[in-house]
Design a protein around this ligand. Sequence first.
Ligand code: SF4
Ligand code: SF4
Length: 159
Amino acid sequence: MSESVKMVEELLKLPQKLCKTCGMCCKIAIFKGELSYEEVKKLANSTTDEISQIDGARDFLSVFVPLDSIEDAKKINKSFVENILKTTKNSNISFFTCKFLDDNNRCKIHEDRPLFCRMYPIPHEKTIYFDDCGFKEKGIENWDKIKQILTDLENKKNS
Ligand code: SF4
Ligand code: SF4
């Protein structure tokens, strides 16, 4: 394995101790692509979309339920909701909450939680961090380093 690949692999792993266990990423979420609940359900039941997309939608709906209204979503995290609404192209976007978070911000199905919960947050330009997320600074820093490694590799290939 090349040194660059090893470095990227290391940078993708964020130290778990950075999590403040605030539970915010479980209390409120959107589905990638900023889909509405109906759109996520359609994807989960699709027979023609990519299998990874269909599985992603199914996994998501196995734990997340839609919040009744934008107002309910704002009660959980106003700035997150307002920021998403400012930029989304989908006027029907849905906000979701996980049904497995307990009152102490602990996951009731920790051992069996879906893969996307285990992997969140991955350093990437599309990753959304909550304002006080303990991973935010390191995640952004690592993504900058990954981008640099990828640019260097691209330049090497073209030289
Ligand atoms: S399944 Fe657990 S880790 Fe995943 S969103 Fe729900 S409470 Fe959070
Ligand atoms: S928002 Fe960040 S700090 Fe809070 S529980 Fe989720 S990953 Fe941990």
